[in-house]
Design a protein around this ligand. Structure first.
Ligand code: ADP
Length: 490
């Protein structure tokens, strides 16, 4: 199949979260399955052209794209994605994308991604390349399906092009004043009362995508089910219910060429499921680097996260004294809301022998923590898929998680499975979004941490899991086939 993959972030060029990881891996895996894939992302000025081998594409040249009655010139740079032959097309429009950040709160944030969506369609026209699938991701490309079906319906080239929308996090919906549709030249009726894009008097790019894509999905089966409820749906649940028959859950894969303790180049000691001795050495190395004392019998608990409510830091804040009472050491890597940054900063100051806090983004340290920590804490309030718990499993770093979304789909509670007579658990999990349930689960994990044979079994159960992209890419292929049937009837 011919697949155009549209994403506002693609690792390694730009990444603010899980979407970047997905967009950096899934297209490559799809191409390995034999699909013809082209990737599209905005050309931000946050990464170096030379570093990533970008070339100005003279064949495509300049394309006029109209936004809010103004013509903006779009240019294209292309590159080959790492370890693949997948071409990535960077939609270049300095007026919108040279802002030193991927996302902004600027007044024209809507225009930036309207331009991106229109730009992709126009580039496909210039290339005379009619994809079978345009795979949109999140609200930033939520308008692309309606633009394709209405504004560009005159172009018969797209008659057989189906659209798929993947929702990576329903909390981000792209809500703007109704004028956004006017700027995009989308029909007035769609922003009017009960219009396809209307939501509480505004327009909502994600809602528009939900209602106009041929097929929609999200990034885990549990999150898909949760999204149908008012608790998790963030207002989108009635529209998702309307699309019930075309709504799927596909768990993200992870890139084991980057996240594998056997080959990871960012950790000093590689190790494997058959010999975990390197893991202990990494722990020593990490603790030394963090200036924390090493003690084999003291578990090191890691957190790598955006420090925001979504990730459950409200219950961490509530139970911080109980957590710090536990006989353990902590390493926290993250950035986000100030109240949580200062929570961990203060914890580090109060307990310099016990807690090390690194506020900021640090890829190398994130690998070191996965390799050196014993336990990984991820108490998310909601979690579409989550990657760090999957990395943790592979690194023998036992996850303690709240049982939600992708966390529920990847972490099996050791005690719960044991009670059913099975020694297949790979972590610890709790249902209740409460500090009490979290602290209790951390304590449960410590009991088994001190029982070495059991701990090794739990570690190995996790390390044995295979969440590679191959399986997920096969599921996406089946999803694309459904989208084609939806659009063409066969
Ligand atoms: P989300 O997309 O909601 O932030 P995910 O678990 O899906 O959560 O993906 C988070 C990704 O970002 C992971 O690859 C994780 O390692 C990385 N990450 C998050 N915070 C940091 C940080 N402070 N430093 C380095 N990497 C981070």
């Amino acid at each position: 199949m011919k697949i155009a993959f549209a994403s506002s972030e693609v690792f390694p060029y730009a990444k603010t979260g899980g979407l970047g990881d997905v967009a950096g891996s899934l297209p490559i895996e799809l191409s390995r399955l034999g699909h013809d894939v082209k990737v599209f992302m905005p050309k931000y000025n946050t990464f170096g052209e030379a570093e990533f081998g970008l070339h100005y594409n003279w064949d495509i040249g300049e394309i006029p794209v109209r936004i809010d009655g103004q013509v903006r010139m779009v240019h294209v740079h292309t590159a080959t994605m790492p370890d693949s032959n997948v071409q990535i097309y960077f939609v270049d429009c300095p007026h919108y994308f040279h802002r030193f950040r991927v996302y902004t709160n600027d007044h024209d944030e809507d225009e930036r991604f309207i331009l991106f969506s229109k730009g992709i369609i126009e580039i496909l026209q210039r290339l005379q390349w009619a994809p079978d699938i345009i795979h949109c991701n999140d609200w930033q490309t939520g308008l692309l399906p309606i633009l394709l079906k209405e504004n560009y319906s005159w172009d018969r080239m797209f008659d057989k092009t189906s659209t798929v929308l993947t929702m990576h996090n329903i909390a981000y919906q792209g809500r703007f004043a109704k004028s956004a549709f006017h700027k995009a030249e989308i029909k007035e009726e769609h922003s009017g009362a009960n219009g396809i894009g209307e939501y509480e008097g505004d327009v909502n790019f994600l809602k528009t995508g939900i209602l106009t894509s041929d097929v929609i999905n999200t990034v885990s089966e549990t999150y898909e089910k949760e999204l149908m409820t008012a608790e998790y749906g963030n207002g989108m649940e009635p529209f998702l219910a309307a699309r019930f028959n075309d709504f799927y859950g596909i768990l993200n894969g992870v890139d084991y060429s980057v996240w594998n303790p056997e080959t990871d180049k960012l950790i000093p000691y590689n190790y494997s499921i058959s010999d975990l001795s390197g893991k202990e050495k990494n722990k020593k190395f990490l603790l030394e680097r963090l200036e924390l004392p090493y003690n084999e019998n003291l578990p090191l608990i890691g957190i790598i996260s955006r420090l925001v409510d979504q990730k459950g830091f409200d219950i961490v804040a509530y139970g911080i004294n109980q957590l710090l009472d536990i006989e353990a050491q902590w390493v926290i890597l993250g950035s986000g809301e100030e109240k949580y940054e200062s929570l961990f900063y203060e914890a580090g100051k109060r307990f310099p022998e016990k807690v090390s806090t690194y506020l900021g983004y640090n890829n190398e340290l994130s690998h070191l923590i996965e390799a050196g920590a014993d336990i990984f804490l991820m108490p998310s309030k909601f979690e579409p898929c989550g990657l760090n718990q999957i990395y943790s499993l592979k690194y023998g770093t036992v996850p303690v998680v709240r049982k939600t979304g992708g966390l529920a789909d990847t972490v099996q509670d050791w005690n719960e499975y044991l009670a059913r007579g099975s020694e297949t658990g790979n972590g610890f999990s709790f249902n209740d979004h409460s500090a009490f349930a979290m602290v209790h689960s951390v304590k449960r994990s410590l009991i088994d941490f001190h029982n070495k044979p059991t701990w090794l079994k739990i570690q190995r159960n996790g390390m044995n899991k295979d969440y590679s992209w191959r399986k997920s890419a096969e599921k996406y292929t089946a999803l694309y086939e459904k989208a084609v049937v939806k659009r063409t009837g066969r």
